[in-house]
Design a protein around this ligand. Structure first.
Ligand SMILES: Cc1ncc(COP(=O)(O)O)c(C=O)c1O
Length: 390
């Protein structure tokens, strides 16, 4: 099945107003997602928030099924939260950390995750070890295996980093983690919606993702997957009357499912919109979507690398839809501002988001152009011309 790009663009009103290459920041919502969110807000306005929720319960509950379908798990293994970070934090701090426990991570790790490792190292004496990258720039699988000792409590990596095209070999990492019986947390914030994700193939115990990026959902939505067989090894760092029940004066009981990682109040319209976004993605086709955005990005890399002043900075054996580059004469911020005046949206990626990787490669702040399947060939031409004309 090939994608009907014109139809997908018609579904995406934003394609009429800008050339959006900031899909790794927050993608353009398709019309059905927008409609679902606005409709629900309207219902809240008309009949009250709790009443609207009750009426929209099937759509709300559908979100758990849609996400489960998308990542190949059971709906009871899905918690819906306000962003990827909150999902990740609930899983990460659910582990019973002890002094001397080791965390193995990768060079492309995201700043927020590393800050949590550092906080734990400072407060609890946990040790952080960064697995080096191989010659292609992805996590070195043989080094990962060599670094495993009995004190490794967690393997925790970013699937696709915030700063480029790299796709880390999540399945290979999963094989090592499972072989040694080590819990595995995958930050899939940038990969959900960009490449197909199957938690069983990957072999992760926890996976966090966000709604607004490649999934094209509303802002302020995210989810955490926790494998059923692993769930009882974790204790959510925060509980409330949604994640647990106050069963007696001196007792409480946690929920049996992954909603124990949620809390009571949330953005119901956003959750419904997230489900519509996941269903939309399923209807587009995960494989086709990924193939298309990868091929647009590959073509962009190829054409940008022919511009004398441009250096494409993406690493990895397998690359996704995010293209990063530097320019001999202009800073990333200057380029972003210049493109913005032409209604071309890109973002920038600096050392503070992925310090291990960017320090090792001695990179300046980079321009990040992230392609989605709905970007057109004509948009690619306009973008490349704009870079030539800088
Ligand atoms: C790799 C990675 N992980 C996590 C996050 C945080 O996601 P959120 O802002 O939804 O919490 C980002 C955001 O850019 C990211 O790139």
């Amino acid at each position: 099945m090939t994608l009907d790009i014109q139809k997908l663009r018609t579904d995406t009103p934003g394609t009429n107003t800008c050339l959006h290459l900031n899909n790794a920041g927050s993608a353009l919502m398709p019309r059905p997602v927008y409609d679902a969110v606005v409709e629900h807000l309207k219902l809240e306005m008309e009949i009250g928030g709790y009443e609207a929720h009750a009426r929209a319960l099937p759509a709300y509950e559908r979100t758990y099924d849609a996400i489960a379908e998308m990542i190949n798990c059971h709906r009871d293994e899905v918690a819906i939260v306000e962003n990827a970070t909150m999902g990740w934090l609930m899983g990460f701090h659910g582990i019973h950390w002890q002094k001397g426990d080791r965390i193995l991570t990768a060079e492309a790790e995201y700043a927020s995750n590393v800050i949590s490792y550092l906080q734990l190292a400072r407060n609890s004496g946990v040790v952080i070890d960064v697995v080096p990258s191989d010659k292609d720039g992805q996590i070195d699988i043989s080094k990962l295996e060599e670094m495993i000792t009995p004190d490794v409590k967690l393997i925790s990596i970013s699937h696709i980093p915030t700063n480029g095209g790299l796709i880390n070999p999540a399945e290979e990492v999963g094989k090592i983690a499972n072989k040694h019986g080590i819990p595995y947390l995958l930050d899939a914030c940038q990969s959900a919606g960009q490449i197909p994700i199957d938690v069983n193939k990957i072999g992760c115990d926890m996976l966090s993702a966000t709604g607004r990026k490649y999934l094209r959902g509303p802002r302020g939505t995210g989810f955490l997957y926790v494998r059923k067989s692993f769930m009882n090894q974790l204790e959510p760092p925060f509980l409330d009357l949604h994640s647990a029940e106050w069963t007696g004066k001196d007792s409480y009981k946690m929920r049996d499912d992954a909603r124990r990682f949620e809390n009571w109040e949330n953005n119901v319209a956003g959750v419904i919109g997230l489900g519509v976004a996941a269903d939309y993605y399923l209807s587009v086709g995960m494989e086709e979507a990924s193939k298309r955005l990868k091929s647009l990005a590959a073509s962009a890399r190829d054409r940008l690398s022919q511009i004398a002043e441009v250096t494409v900075q993406d690493i990895g054996q397998e690359k996704g839809g995010m293209v990063t580059f530097s320019h001999d004469r202009m800073t990333a911020e200057e380029i972003k501002a210049t493109l913005a005046r032409q209604q071309i949206n890109v973002s920038t990626s600096s050392v503070t988001s992925t310090r291990y990787d960017m320090e090792r490669r001695k990179l300046p702040t980079l321009v990040r152009a992230s392609f989605h399947y709905y970007n057109s060939e004509e948009e690619l031409d306009i973008f490349v011309e704009a870079i030539k004309n800088l």
